[in-house]
Design a protein around this ligand. Structure first.
Ligand code: PM9
Length: 461
């Protein structure tokens, strides 16, 4: 018998309740996709077999989280669940002040209004759709300072989310530190394929920003996943716990926005966390305008309780190992079929390189959007475009942004699907790959003003 060297990962939970899936016919899917204007966001979820649209708000909560819902203190002010959440944020992330929000973009709105003035520059490690929009709505301009490797789907740098400090220095020289209220650092970088930032990079960034008096605000939406990559690939971290790595990342920053719908295993929720008292005072005043009182921020007490418990569960080492183990497993299956994917495999999903998958479909014919539609037609699997449609238009020139990465994201919800689902997903992608030469692009027939990828409509060419 072959020597078994390492125990493989397995889900650190057993299943207590199941939700039945619906399998549709090809004719039903064709009708549904046409009605949805070839935009997977516009499909009805009941027409979807395996839903890989997003890992946002789609996690399965634990029995502990569900029991937390029953402990909701639905007082308008001063709910006990707020204080439990505040304690969890201090304990696991170390931030001093907490402003709860209904989800991540609520926190981005408040942060942008508090920190950004018209004409400001906000450097960041690759844009994120909602983050950049809130920066722009507040009068700021986003500048990308991620390492060049991030734009290359085949580059094997294990920390493709890193900030390029030379690029950042050039931005500081060009605009002056006074026009840079903060640098926005995302862990892991969603639009680059879930790519992590190294601790070394965080340390060096802190040193550089201290020299210029610039703050660091973390987009900590997938911080536990980032911590796992640090534990696995960065020297000196192999024996450190995910919880300690998470806290160390936060220690190099001045505050954070958080969509708890990802790492923290809840279906709704988020927050803005800050260490500066004055900025906090302003944020906790503004939150009452947009979200709700500063002790609930648009959430029910029960939601805050589930979030507090989810934060604790998110940093369990066995949880994160199985979570990312499942994503890696899907990556391995796809590679067996020669599917071009972003490498190294990131934290929250597999990103198919649509330009390589469909080299004959030009980017302005919405390559990744067309591929996501075909995958649904093939198998009922719903994925998400992360390319030219998501990138939107330059607010000043009105032209499409043409991102180097034109991707289809197969996002894996946490604790929801099994390894057998991963096999079916890989087989379905492979079937689309086998008939790729017949796939044509799309034409956009309706384009909304903001975050067009959510609601745009297309027709087949
Ligand atoms: N991310 C995702 O599917 C939700 C819909 S797409 C806009 O990846 C980061 C890194 C995110 C993110 C949402 C938000 C916004 C901020 N930062 O969706 O408002 O990935 O909770 O968070 C989505 P909310």
């Amino acid at each position: 018998m072959e020597q078994i060297k390492k125990r493989s990962w397995a889900e650190p939970f057993k299943i207590k309740m199941v939700e039945l899936l619906k399998i549709t016919t090809k004719q039903q899917r064709e009708k549904a996709m046409k009605e949805a204007g070839y935009n997977t966001f516009l499909l009805k979820s009941e027409d979807v077999y395996i839903d890989l649209l997003t890992d946002s708000g789609t996690s399965a909560m634990s029995d502990r989280q569900w029991s937390g819902l029953m402990l909701g203190d639905e007082a308008y002010a001063g709910s006990r669940n707020f204080y439990n959440l505040e304690r969890a944020v201090k304990k696991y992330y170390g931030y001093k002040y907490l402003v709860p929000t209904h989800q991540g973009r609520g926190a981005e709105n408040i942060l942008s209004q508090v920190m950004i003035k018209k004409g400001d520059i906000i450097p960041g490690n690759m844009y994120f759709t909602t983050t950049r929009l809130h920066q722009e709505l507040a009068g700021g301009t986003f500048v990308d300072v991620i390492v060049n490797d991030a734009h290359d789907s085949e580059n094997l740098n294990p920390f493709k989310g890193n900030i390029d400090l030379d690029k950042l220095q050039a931005v500081i020289r060009k605009y002056g530190a006074k026009r840079i209220p903060y640098i926005c650092v995302a862990v892991t970088v969603n639009m680059a394929g879930g790519q992590p930032v190294s601790m070394q990079n965080m340390k060096e960034l802190r040193k550089l920003t201290n020299e210029h008096g610039i703050k660091i605000i973390l987009d900590m939406t997938r911080i536990a996943e980032n911590a796992y990559f640090i534990q696995q690939h960065e020297k000196g971290y192999a024996r450190k716990s995910i919880a300690s790595i998470v806290k160390e990342i936060c220690s190099f920053t001045d505050g954070a926005t958080f969509s708890a719908k990802k790492d923290a295993l809840v279906n709704i929720g988020g927050f803005l966390a800050l260490n500066d008292k004055d900025a906090y005072e302003e944020a906790s005043n503004l939150v009452v305008v947009y979200e709700g009182l500063h002790t609930y921020g648009g959430l029910a007490g029960r939601d805050m309780e589930a979030m507090a418990i989810g934060i604790e569960e998110s940093v369990h080492d066995d949880h994160i190992r199985a979570r990312i183990g499942q994503v890696l497993y899907l990556g391995e299956q796809l590679l067996k079929y020669d599917i071009p994917i972003v490498l190294p495999v990131g934290g929250h999903g597999i990103f198919i390189d649509a330009k390589k998958f469909l080299p004959h479909v030009p980017q302005d014919k919405f390559t990744a959007q067309a591929l996501a539609a075909e995958l649904y037609l093939e198998s009922g699997i719903r994925a998400m475009e992360r390319g030219i449609v998501s990138a939107g238009r330059n607010a000043k020139t009105g032209d499409h942004y043409y991102p180097k990465l034109e991707l289809v994201r197969l996002t894996i919800p946490r604790r929801v699907y099994t390894q057998a689902h991963m096999d079916v997903i890989a087989e379905s992608v492979a079937r689309v790959y086998a008939r790729k030469s017949k796939i044509k692009g799309l034409e956009m027939t309706f384009e909304p003003k903001y975050l067009r990828f959510f609601q745009a409509r297309f027709r087949k060419l």
